[in-house]
Ligand binder design. Sequence first.
Ligand code: PAF
Length: 282
Amino acid sequence: MKIVETVEELQTIVKEAKRNESVVGFVPTMGFLHEGHISLVEHAQKESDIVVMSIFVNPLQFGPNEDFDRYPRNFERDSRLAKNAGVDILFYPNVKEMYPTEPAMKVIVHEGVDVLCGKSRPGHFDGVATVVLKLFNIVTPDRAYFGMKDAQQVAVIEKMIRDFNIQVTLVGCPTLREEDGLAKSSRNVNLTGEEREEATFIFKSLELARKRITEGERNAASIKDEMTTLLDKNSSGTIDYIDILSYPELKHREQLEGKVIVAIAQQYSKARLIDNIVLDIK
Ligand code: PAF
């Protein structure tokens, strides 16, 4: 595995690979890798000749009071995991390399950001879209692999690809979970032991919604009430949102039908966790 720290070197390597008609798969990450990221690499390997992973904690997508400084980082461990997973090129730029000057422009996302994380983290998806657009321009991948745990991010990036005619196929990969259902996340290390136990109720609440919908309940408000009661009763975290929306449009519907996302964000003392399930209601 080759570690590349500059945009120029990365572009030279990818250009050469493309001259040889290699298919480039791309896994963008912010590091502190877990099995969820490794499964993205596995998906990429199946469909690509070379797999590029980026590790960059993007300051643009963190609000002033968010966890940019606290975001877990361990490059030695990450590079070992990436190498073992079969990543060919690990792109590891620093902030100066990605933003050598104060950016003169950024991507502004207008649609699908008035709900879920977009609502509680104003500007977050502008920062995500901006860095992903830059990474797409630098890496020029054929396919890019994103986890469905960040389903709103997937919906936003799909729209950016469509609106800006970017020649890349986005592949949304399933969320990986711990045995007790907690979605794998780099932020889980910031939970206390007690919070780690309580956080299992995030997935239990999503499963409750799945059960109620399977039983025939179609009223979004009453399902959300039941989920809120279960999560509030069993955890000390503050619920940021519990919502059920059409997917990928991310619109509220009183009566549920078609493809919907059931999503939760919950704030613990040092970690904000998100999770979701996407259901197809026949
Ligand atoms: O999902 C993430 O880790 C980040 O939002 C991404 C896509 C790498 C952009 O910084």
